[in-house]
Design a protein around this ligand. Structure first.
Ligand code: NIG
Ligand code: FE
Length: 410
């Protein structure tokens, strides 16, 4: 396929680097008045229109009519396989209950686990696919999906099989994470230690035996799992080749960053409550500091200190956290805009945080996250925009006209 008359080709600078950290996050790479050629599912080449090659015989030609071309969003933290929705808690929150109070009353994650248990695998797949189609239409091309609403071995495996089925049946790139330690399953109420044993001794081996996950996650936070429990679970995961990617410091200064970095986590996520000590650690680490401004927005929590983390030299990614309790949206464009509006990222930094660095936080930035020769052809076209900055600025104006995944119209 040959795409011509691209107003601005965005994200051409990430071909030579697996991630961008610190001040380099402002390096985006743009080319005005450009063409781009794909070869099957990969990007072949691109350049300025005054050097546009002639179309080959039989080659599909697309006129971008002056619109922008962006690399697809890489959403490195979601929980999009879940049953039903939780708008009842939404009303509880409007009436003043906090996320932790709802969880303590047996709501929250356990509500979703009950519903998931009662939902067939086929129905769960059907419901998740609605969200998959929704995020594809909003420009996402690569997504991480977690288990964690099963909380029994059988139901965790059921969730992970649904994730595998999504991976097989869509052109989206899908990465699976096992999050058995999302909450203590109902049958283990009051016996958290026994539940952690179950995660380590039964769930992790079962997940590994079926090859259903690449990453292991723990909700390491006040009221959920302790640093010691996290340490045990990550050690068990490492034994089966599962790399950590953990929930840390959402509700308290939990020690999650430290235990994650100690275990060479690919990312530590949330980070609404990190201080100078955690920032200094992330500035030195290869672990991505993933922040989730959609959860801060929805729950009225503080935003993670992304600006400070970037200034200190960390690798910062932004992800949606799409889930029924704390962020019921997978709109990565909104996430990018919140990065600018609430976290004071520049548009270039916010785009890199939602594309290349997100891909790195999923271990696939060699193939995704920027416009480079040889990478997978995942990108979308917009209508003509007055400027790059207009995109995060006009945060709710629809601009996407066509989305391509693996070089095909999605
Ligand atoms: O990332 N913080 C933990 N887990 C999810 C929320 C899960 C839920 O409430 O269903 C999150 O915010
Ligand atoms: Fe999450």
């Amino acid at each position: 396929m040959l795409i011509t008359n691209i107003g601005v080709l965005v994200g051409t600078d990430g071909g030579d680097t697996p991630f961008l950290r610190g001040k380099d996050m402002n390096r985006l790479g743009t080319l005005s008045n450009a063409w781009l050629r794909t070869d099957g599912e990969r990007i072949r080449d691109f350049g300025p229109m005054d050097e546009c090659p002639a179309p080959r015989v039989g080659e599909e030609k697309v006129d971008a009519e002056g619109g922008y071309l962006f690399p697809s969003f890489c959403d490195s933290h979601t929980h999009i396989v879940y049953a039903g929705s939780r708008e009842r808690e939404f009303i509880d929150k409007i009436n003043g209950l906090s996320y932790e109070e709802i969880a303590k009353r047996g709501g929250g994650i356990l509500n979703s686990a009950d519903l998931l248990h009662a939902t067939s695998e086929d129905e769960l797949y059907r419901q998740a696919m609605t969200r998959v189609r929704e995020i594809i239409a909003m420009g996402t091309g690569c997504v991480e999906i977690k288990s964690g609403y099963g909380l029994t071995t059988a139901d965790e495996l059921k969730m992970l099989r649904v994730i595998a089925r999504i991976a097989e049946s869509t052109p989206l790139k899908v990465k699976a994470t096992f999050l058995g330690a999302h909450a203590v399953g109902r049958a283990y109420a009051g016996r958290q230690g026994d539940y952690v044993n179950l995660v380590c001794n039964e769930m992790i081996p079962a997940v590994a035996a079926e090859g259903l996950a690449e990453f292991v996650d723990v909700f390491c936070d006040a009221g959920f799992f302790t640093v010691e429990e996290t340490d045990r679970i990550l050690t068990a995961g490492a034994h089966y080749g599962l790399r950590p990617k953990i929930h840390a410091n959402e509700l308290a200064v939990s020690g999650g960053v430290q235990v994650g970095v100690k275990h060479k986590a690919i990312s530590v996520d949330h980070l609404e409550r990190i201080g100078d000590e955690e920032i200094a650690i992330l500035a030195e680490a290869q672990t991505v500091a993933t922040m989730l401004p959609g959860a801060s927005f929805f729950l009225g929590m503080p935003y993670g200190p992304a600006r400070k983390a970037i200034e200190s030299g960390a690798i910062v990614a932004l992800a949606s956290d799409y889930n029924p309790g704390s962020s019921p949206s997978g709109n990565m464009r909104m996430v990018m805009s919140l990065g600018c509006i609430k976290m004071k990222l520049t548009p270039a930094e916010a785009i890199n945080a939602t594309t290349l660095n997100g891909a790195f936080a999923m271990g696939c930035s060699n193939d995704y996250g920027s416009i480079a020769s040889g990478k997978i052809a995942n990108f979308y076209l917009t209508r003509p925009l007055p400027s790059l900055e207009f995109y995060p600025y006009a945060y709710a104006t629809p601009v996407i006209t066509r989305t391509y995944l693996k070089g095909e119209l999605a």
